[in-house]
Design a protein around this ligand. Structure first.
Ligand code: PLZ
Length: 452
């Protein structure tokens, strides 16, 4: 096959794509390599990529590149295409909306689909109280707005975030994000009045949830003071930080303290939301009702959309005209979200996430029986991770993690790493993946581990 081969056909995306792993060239193949060479010339180097391919189609559990390689997707574009890439209902809704009108700006002349998405979020998010929603374009923008709303509501300025937290790459959200490399290094100064405290990382801190909460709350009271504190923001399961599941009792103790002290508790469910964890929202797993919840990623199957949803009296704190943006709640993104939400609710995707979690956890536990380098296996539903360690010392093993991930990539499995120490491989498959591809992906990982 040459680069100018006009006869080659690009497969249609979506679930009709053949669900197989098929490697027909080295990665990258010649077509992808040519495009990646142009990328290197044309695109800022700061925008890196982990899989050396150029994508032409995706759906079900596979991503197909320009050379005809069919890769197993264990990443969903970082937890976004949960309903499946190019889902037929989403594709149809997007096409229909694009033919009707593409944009008016909701702040200029509103439309119904934005209201429909707000109503759906108010209904689906945990919390048995009256709620309202505002829509934005990205997770970071949702987080920024949740902080704005909490500050306006409380008349206070300080915000607490946690060790290992990730909330985005804008200036305020960089300040909230814990990890310097690659997110913050050289990009300061960062927004003021952000304070970081330790959270709950049972595998490494050995604390109960109550002990970890006490540690955090004591630091907050001594170093900030509740009177100055507008909000506490936390991911119920920390994503980029390493899929860290807090010990039982941690989150509810922090929520209770926030409530006693008039502090807005914000759950950042950008990565955990929309069936990903085997619940519609991860807050449900821990029995908490956040005051505000940020959502993005899975909400619209890849179209840029994000939301802040929460207690009506807090959401209404901002003056008229105080919230918004040109594109927030764009009609095409809203159409995609309504189709995706329909799939989440009616296609059994919460249950599918639980099944995927069982398959992944059982396979990984079986591997760990003979391989103590798998230090911890954790997560919920289709958000599962392995933390790799030195078998003797328990120290994080980023080199092993990188080598295994690299080997999987070379064999056509899209796999993502994460973690403050770079020693976590995370699984975020689309909920449309079949068990066969899921198992094949783990087979490739197991073989790579044996060689490493
Ligand atoms: N909050 C909990 O996980 C995005 C980041 C990938 P945006 N996580 C993936 C990267 O390297 O940029 C995320 C998140 C949580 C906020 C965000 C930010 O969401 O849509 O990327 O702005």
């Amino acid at each position: 096959m040459t680069l100018t081969d006009e006869t080659s056909t690009i497969p249609a995306g979506g679930p009709t794509l053949e669900q197989v792993r098929r490697i027909v060239t080295e990665l990258p193949g010649p077509r992808s390599a040519a495009i990646l060479a142009r990328k290197a010339d044309a695109v800022a180097s700061g925008v890196a990529h982990s899989m050396p391919v150029s994508v032409v189609a995706a759906g079900g559990g596979v991503v197909v590149d320009a050379d005809g390689n069919s890769l197993i997707d264990l990443g969903s574009g970082i937890a976004v295409t949960s309903v499946g890439n190019a889902h037929p209902k989403v594709a149809a809704a997007v096409a229909a909306q694009a033919a009707q009108f593409t944009h008016t700006c909701f702040m200029v002349s509103p439309y119904e689909s934005y209201v429909d998405v707000a109503e759906a979020l108010n209904r689906l998010t945990p919390g048995g109280f009256a709620k309202k929603t505002a829509l934005f374009n990205s997770g970071a923008e949702a987080v920024e707005n949740a902080i704005k709303i909490a500050r306006k509501h409380t008349g206070r300025q300080a915000v607490v975030a946690f060790d290992h937290g990730y909330h985005g790459r804008t200036n305020l959200t960089m300040a909230l994000t814990a990890k310097a490399m690659p997110y913050k290094s050289g990009f300061g100064p960062f927004a003021p009045e952000i304070y970081r405290v330790p959270g709950s990382y049972p595998y490494r801190d050995g604390l109960t949830g109550a002990e970890a909460a006490k540690r955090a709350i004591t630091l907050i009271e001594k170093q900030i003071g509740a009177d100055s504190l507008a909000a506490v923001i936390i991911e119920p399961i920390q994503g980029e930080g390493g899929f860290i599941v807090p010990a039982d009792g941690f989150l509810d103790a922090v929520v209770a303290w926030c409530r006693e002290n008039g502090v807005v508790f914000i759950a950042d469910e950008v990565q955990t939301g929309f069936a990903r964890t085997g619940a519609m929202f991860a807050s449900e797993i821990f029995g908490i009702e956040p005051d505000l919840i940020t959502t993005a990623k899975g909400i619209a199957a890849g179209l840029p959309l994000a939301g802040v949803t929460g207690r009506a009296e807090i959401m209404d704190a901002a003056h008229a005209g105080g919230l918004g943006g040109t594109y927030g709640g764009n009609p095409i993104a809203c159409a995609a979200a309504l189709a995706a939400i329909d799939a989440f609710e009616n296609d059994g995707l919460v249950e599918r996430a639980q099944q995927i979690g069982t398959v992944l956890t059982e396979r990984l536990r079986a591997i760990r029986e003979n391989d103590p380098r798998l230090g911890d296996i954790r997560g919920h539903g289709a958000m599962i991770a392995v933390e790799f360690v030195d078998a003797e010392t328990g120290a994080p093993d980023a080199a092993l993690t990188g080598a295994v991930a690299k080997a999987c990539v070379a064999e056509g499995v899209i796999i993502l790493t994460c973690g403050t120490f770079g020693n976590v491989i995370r699984f975020l498959p689309p909920l449309s993946i079949g068990d066969d591809l899921l198992n094949e992906g783990i087979d490739v990982l197991a073989a790579a581990l044996e060689r490493a």
